[in-house]
Design a protein around this ligand. Structure first.
Ligand SMILES: CC(C)(COP(=O)(O)OP(=O)(O)OC[C@H]1O[C@@H](n2cnc3c(N)ncnc32)[C@H](O)[C@@H]1OP(=O)(O)O)[C@@H](O)C(=O)NCCC(=O)NCCS
Length: 172
């Protein structure tokens, strides 16, 4: 379901698959070849959400933002680069995710955290507010800690997952 909020309507690129049980609201821009899977919510009401090309937002994810207010003058926008895989049941809140990242199943990324390009976040991790995760590394745990450099196969996996989800959404 794609819904307006006040005068803002989501803008969805070409060849996207938005499952009919997913909800996309307000000031949200989604690039081309993206997929949003069942029961996910992308709510751009109190700030903006920008998603690049070839991203997949898997089942049961929640993507939201923080408003600009007395306690948080900047607010927190949500930005995803290209070829980002957001695995099942992830919560992304007011953060920035670079290109070709994998956000492992059930993870939480909080306001103003930054994941540089090609970061793998292990399943069930929590990235605390304002943290920066460095490109090319595996992070995991609660709070998320840097574990090791990604190997060649894992770097390849990041693009592979995005490609795989493009093929899958094309079947839908
Ligand atoms: C972290 C991950 C990449 C595995 O990395 P790895 O280096 O191969 O780790 P291993 O499986 O060899 O496990 C090493 C240790 O880490 C632990 N571990 C593995 N994954 C973990 C996780 N997500 N969080 C915490 N600990 C984890 C293992 O239990 C093991 O602990 P031990 O040494 O005490 O036995 C993987 O478990 C993971 O979380 N992948 C994300 C999967 C996902 O969400 N995919 C999306 C599908 S579309």
């Amino acid at each position: 379901m794609i819904r307006d909020f006040q005068d803002k309507s989501p803008r969805i690129g070409s060849n996207c698959y938005i499952d009919e049980s997913a909800v996309v609201i307000g000031d949200v821009v989604i690039g081309d070849d993206c997929s949003v899977w069942p029961m996910s919510v992308i709510r751009g009401d109190v700030n903006i959400i920008r998603i690049g090309n070839s991203c997949n937002i898997q089942d049961g994810c929640v993507l939201h933002v923080s408003h600009q207010g007395e306690h948080n003058p900047e607010g927190a926008e949500l930005h995803l680069g290209d070829q980002v895989t957001v695995a099942h049941k992830v919560l992304l809140h007011g953060c920035r995710i670079g290109n070709q990242c994998l956000i492992g199943m059930g993870s939480i990324v909080m306001d103003n955290a930054i994941l540089e390009d090609r970061v793998m976040l292990g399943a069930g991790s929590l990235v605390a507010p304002g943290k920066t995760l460095e490109s090319g590394y595996l992070y995991l745990g609660n709070p998320a800690r840097r574990v090791r450099e990604l190997n060649h196969r894992e770097i390849e996996l990041l693009a592979y997952l995005s490609d795989h989800y493009i093929l899958l959404k094309n079947k839908y």
